[in-house]
Ligand binder design. Structure first.
Ligand code: 2IT
Length: 449
């Protein structure tokens, strides 16, 4: 092990001991950079890793709002502006009870490398709140978004920091936040947020982009392995925006997604979540705010609901976690490996514990890391920024073709970076190395930033 890397990890463990998710991603990313750090002793002299693990800025703020009964609530808001070496901070906003500083920092750190991989000029950032949108009325959501933006607006802008959606934040919430931003600023700066509605600068394909991009990436992996997506069964988790995009594109390309999952358990549908009716129902499940996977089995008799269980116990050719961080632990990894599957493609941000990740990799499965696989979402956000700057909007075909090209390129560059370091077809290390190099070069070129 490289002594410099271990020293930096040790510092993070001590200094940020109360931030387990952040420590986890720092360990995973930094350890995989060993061949690059070995080759470049000047990075140590310039304290490059110490700089990279320190966010440029962390903003934490109070969000006060009133529910429909007039009761006052206080939530905590965050924006972590992690790294602006290659472009304005860019990354989503997450509304979920599990949001805390550790989660925000892990997401901002991952976002920095992910955005670099897209080849578009975007730095890394992340924001959110511990607000729980489940079961909230439309009016409550709007007032919360307005209260959140009333503080956030002073820290963001089309050339400064460009937020978007994430878990709990979709086009509706982005719309309310944009409205409030515009009202306070008094300028029509639609490049300040991405994932907007189509009528005010949103890009086509942005809602589908994360899921479509993930399947494009999977397709590249299969081609590399001289395999095909046709006829493959896929086990996924979640039923939100990302799972929805994956189910649609996988069905279109001839694969069959056989599960979806929520906090209450999972559904197994041997006929596949393959029809437009089923895909549309996933959207209904999301906007209902009920947050229940069981609703799917109640609606479609071909599906069976398994209460309190995770979908990883089902056999499949390909596993694609699409829900949230650390949803796949050691016991889940053991079922996945025992199934004989060859492919494990992370879609949610850091869905695998480090122990489970190394286990799956060591057992010889091809692993697609989330920061590469899910980069299609932020890539189309980057394309939305381009369209807003041009004051133009591109056709579906144009955006989809660009998305495909970007995903093909991310796979190619990651595979190449790993190969060049003598690591073989290691897409996990390859994505980290390829993402890191561009940011590192930019930081060095810009002096002591
Ligand atoms: O995790 C992610 O990459 C996102 N939530 C999308 C961020 C964005 O700016 O579109």
């Amino acid at each position: 092990m490289n002594a410099y890397i271990e020293e930096v990890i040790e510092k993070v463990r001590k200094k940020d001991s109360h931030e387990p998710e952040f420590i986890q991603t720092v360990e995973e990313v930094l350890r995989s950079l060993e061949p690059v750090i070995d080759k470049h002793p000047e990075y140590q002299k310039m304290s490059l890793l110490e700089r990279m693990i320190e966010p440029e800025r962390v903003i934490e703020f109070r969000v006060t709002w009133a529910d429909d009964n007039g009761k006052t609530h206080v939530n905590r808001g965050y924006r972590v502006q992690f790294n602006s070496a290659i472009g304005p901070y860019k990354g989503g906003i997450r509304f979920a009870t599990h949001v805390n500083l550790s989660v925000m920092k892990f997401l901002g750190f991952e976002q920095t490398f992910k955005n670099s991989l897209t080849s578009l000029p975007m730095g890394g950032g992340k924001g959110g709140s511990d607000f729980d949108p489940n079961g909230r009325s439309d009016g409550e959501i709007m007032r919360f978004c307005q209260a959140f933006m009333t503080e956030l607006y002073r820290h963001i802008g089309p050339n400064t920091d460009v937020p978007a959606g994430d878990i709990g934040v979709g086009a509706r919430e982005v719309g309310y936040m944009f409205g409030q931003y515009k009202r306070i600023r008094g300028n029509y700066e639609n490049g300040v947020l991405t994932g907007k509605g189509r009528s005010f600068g949103g890009s086509v394909i942005r809602p589908e982009a994360t899921g479509f991009g993930a399947v494009y990436y999977l397709n590249e992996v299969l081609k590399h392995q001289k395999d095909t997506i046709k006829g493959k069964t896929i086990v996924i988790s979640g039923f939100g925006n990302v799972a929805w995009g994956v189910a649609q594109k996988a069905s279109e390309l001839g694969a069959k997604v056989v599960t979806l999952a929520g906090p209450d358990g999972y559904c197994y549908d041997p006929e596949g979540i393959s029809t437009k009716e089923k895909h549309d129902y996933m959207v209904e499940m999301r906007i209902s705010g009920r947050n229940r996977a069981q609703d799917y089995a109640d609606r479609f008799p071909s599906a069976k609901f398994f209460p309190g269980k995770k979908p990883w116990e089902q056999k499949a050719d390909i596993y694609m976690p699409c829900a949230f961080q650390n949803e796949v632990g050691m016991a889940d990894a053991e079922s996945i490996v025992a199934s004989g599957a060859k492919y494990y493609i992370e879609v949610a941000n850091m869905p695998t514990t480090n122990e489970a990740l190394y286990y799956i990799m060591n057992k010889g499965l091809v692993v697609g890391p989330s920061k590469a696989v899910n980069a299609g979402g932020v890539a189309v956000s980057g394309l939305e920024m381009s369209q807003n700057s041009l004051r133009l909007s591109w056709s579906e075909q144009e955006v989809d073709e660009r998305l495909l090209t970007i995903m093909v390129n991310i796979h190619k560059e990651s595979a190449k970076a790993a190969e060049e370091c003598g690591l073989g077809y290691n897409l996990v290390a390859g994505a980290n190395i390829a993402g890191f190099k561009k940011v590192a070069d930019a930081m060095i070129a810009q002096g002591l930033v």
